[in-house]
Every structure is written in structure tokens, then in C-alpha cells.
Design a protein around this ligand. Structure first.
Ligand code: HEC
Ligand code: HEC
Ligand code: HEC
Length: 116
């Protein structure tokens, strides 16, 4: 009987917390990343979320907030090209394993026509 009460308590807790914590905010599906004179980058955010299950792969370096990379660079807490290194090293690693991945060539990410 005790274990039955426990299970009911756990189920009740799950129902309650499901209402308390709202659905995860995944942000925009497509994001234009700023990159000074080199040309901005069209970043397919949702395709990355589908391919990479752990948000922290990117979001330990910068928070889940629009414009956070450039804000951290302006504050001096992130070097220019530090985020880019994360992008590129994943693409390089996956390409070397012949897996489907993103670009490693400068002009495949940077596009001057995206810079206003
Ligand atoms: C491959 C890297 C990468 C992964 C993985 C990733 N994100 Fe992002 N996310 C970004 C980048 C880049 C930005 C834009 C930062 C900027 O504008 O400076 C961003 C921005 C965001 C934003 C703010 C943008 C907006 O439209 O409000 C949210 C929210 C967010 N991410 C949530 C998530 C969640 C939740 C996951 C996991 C399911 C996730 N992200 C996985 C790279 C990633
Ligand atoms: C996978 C995409 C990607 C590739 C490939 C890439 N970059 Fe970047 N680059 C970025 C992103 C995103 C930023 C902005 C965030 C940052 O500075 O880390 C950036 C920023 C930069 C900046 C800093 C611009 C500034 O003034 O703030 C320079 C310079 C740059 N890249 C040059 C290059 C060169 C040269 C190559 C080729 C060897 C290259 N990038 C390849 C994504 C990429
Ligand atoms: C942990 C691995 C990983 C990281 C980190 C990562 N990517 Fe990717 N990227 C991928 C994979 C996997 C794909 C292919 C996704 C697909 O097509 O389903 C991809 C695809 C792309 C594409 C699309 C290329 C095309 O042909 O359409 C672009 C652009 C891109 N990434 C840019 C970036 C930028 C900019 C960053 C950093 C902010 C980044 N990626 C970080 C794994 C990564």
C-alpha cells in the first residue's frame, strides 16, 4: 500500500510541475548572425537543434538570447571568432568522419549580401 501512495504522489508531482514549467523556448528557426566586415551568416538554428540533441553544445559559450554573441564580444568576455571556432570545429570533425554537416569554407558561411 505504501508504494502505491508513493506512485500516486509522484504522478501528482509530474502533473503539477508540467504546468509550472512552460515548454522550452527554442528561439527562431533561422537566425542571421552578425559578423562585422566579413559578411553576416545565415544560421539554420532549428536544423541544428534537430541534428544536435544537447543545447549546451553551443549554449555554454553564449546564452539562449538573440544577439548574445556580439553582446559578449562588446563586453570583452568573448573573443572575436571564438564562437566561430565552435561552429567550424564541429563541421570539420564531422566532415572528417564523412558525416553530413555544415560548411568549413569562409565564403560558405560569410555572405556580404547579408550585411546591411
Ligand atoms: C549549433 C549551435 C546551437 C545549438 C545546438 C542550439 N543553439 Fe540556440 N542559438 C544558437 C545561436 C548561434 C543563437 C544566436 C545567438 C546570437 O544571436 O548571438 C541562438 C539563439 C537561441 C535563442 C534566442 C534566439 C531567439 O530567437 O529568441 C534561444 C531561445 C535558443 N537559442 C534556444 C536553444 C535551445 C532550446 C536549444 C536546444 C534545443 C538550442 N538553442 C540549441 C546556436 C545554437
Ligand atoms: C561555420 C561558419 C563559419 C565559417 C566556415 C567561417 N566563419 Fe568566420 N565567423 C562565423 C561566425 C558565426 C562569426 C561571428 C561570431 C564570432 O566572431 O565568433 C564569425 C566571425 C568572423 C570574423 C570576425 C568578424 C568581426 O569583425 O567581428 C572574421 C574576421 C571571420 N569570421 C573570418 C573567417 C574566415 C577568414 C574564415 C575562413 C577561414 C571563416 N571566418 C569561416 C562563422 C564562420
Ligand atoms: C556540434 C556540431 C555543430 C555545431 C557546433 C555547429 N554546426 Fe552547423 N551544422 C552541423 C550539422 C550536423 C549540419 C547539417 C544539418 C542538416 O542539414 O540537417 C550543419 C549545417 C550548417 C549549415 C547549413 C549548410 C547548408 O548546406 O545548408 C550552416 C550554414 C551552419 N551549419 C552554420 C553553423 C554556424 C554558423 C555555427 C556556429 C554558430 C554552427 N553551424 C555550429 C553541425 C554543427
Amino acid at each position: 500500500m505504501k508504494s502505491c501512495t508513493f506512485i500516486i504522489a509522484v504522478l501528482f508531482f509530474i502533473v503539477i510541475t508540467g504546468d509550472v514549467y512552460p515548454k522550452e523556448n527554442r528561439g527562431a528557426a533561422e537566425i542571421i548572425l552578425e559578423s562585422g566586415s566579413r559578411g553576416n551568416i545565415a544560421f539554420p538554428h532549428s536544423r541544428h537543434q534537430d541534428a544536435i540533441s544537447d543545447c549546451k553544445t553551443c549554449h555554454t559559450l553564449f546564452p539562449q538570447k538573440s544577439g548574445s554573441i556580439q553582446a559578449l564580444i562588446a563586453q570583452g568576455s568573448l573573443e572575436k571568432k571564438q564562437a566561430m571556432t565552435v561552429c567550424q570545429s564541429c563541421h570539420k570533425d564531422m566532415a572528417s568522419r564523412e558525416e553530413k554537416t555544415g560548411p568549413t569554407r569562409c565564403s560558405k558561411c560569410h555572405d556580404k549580401s547579408l550585411t546591411k
